[in-house]
Design a protein around this ligand. Structure first.
Ligand SMILES: [Fe+2]
Length: 152
């Protein structure tokens, strides 16, 4: 009786130890994903923000401004009110501009140590009817905004 009680205690202790090891293993940081390894079914938008909420969307959806530039257009894409925080880190990794066919018109990459807000200026020799602006936050994923080109 006493021996079987000790066996039970030993089994419980071994099981508890294995659970602690498994828990510590699960909490170990894994290698950070490279940008090209990141997949997201579709970019988030102001109205379709996936697992996030409207407040997160407000600080991630790119703002797009247009300015006439000769025969072309200067497009400024900006993400206001988003941190560029190297300590966490939490920052905008890149901003990309595409036409409506998905052709890349330009891209700017950022480091966490870059000052905020993240701004990218693209000078286009031609003026498309409409553009798509994407940005990638290292925590909150890829966000999209579209805008028709309006020149004042
Ligand atoms: Fe973010």
């Amino acid at each position: 009786m006493k021996k079987s009680f000790l066996v039970v205690i030993a089994v419980v202790c071994v099981a508890a130890g294995l659970m602690l090891i498994a828990s510590a293993w699960a909490q170990m940081p894994s290698a950070p994903l490279k940008d090209q390894d990141y997949t997201q079914p579709e970019p988030y938008t102001a109205t379709n923000f996936g697992p996030w909420n409207a407040a997160v969307a407000k600080t991630h959806v790119p703002e797009i401004k247009f300015e006439k530039m000769g025969m072309g257009v200067k497009v400024t894409v900006q993400i206001d009110n988003h941190p560029m925080d190297p300590k966490k880190p939490h920052y905008i990794m890149w901003i990309r501009l595409e036409d409506m066919t998905g052709k890349k018109l330009g891209e700017k990459t950022f480091k966490a140590t870059d000052p905020g807000p993240a701004i990218a200026v693209f000078e286009l020799p031609d003026t498309p009817d409409k553009v798509k602006a994407f940005e990638r936050c290292n925590i909150h994923g890829i966000w999209l905004n579209e805008a028709a080109v309006e020149l004042k």
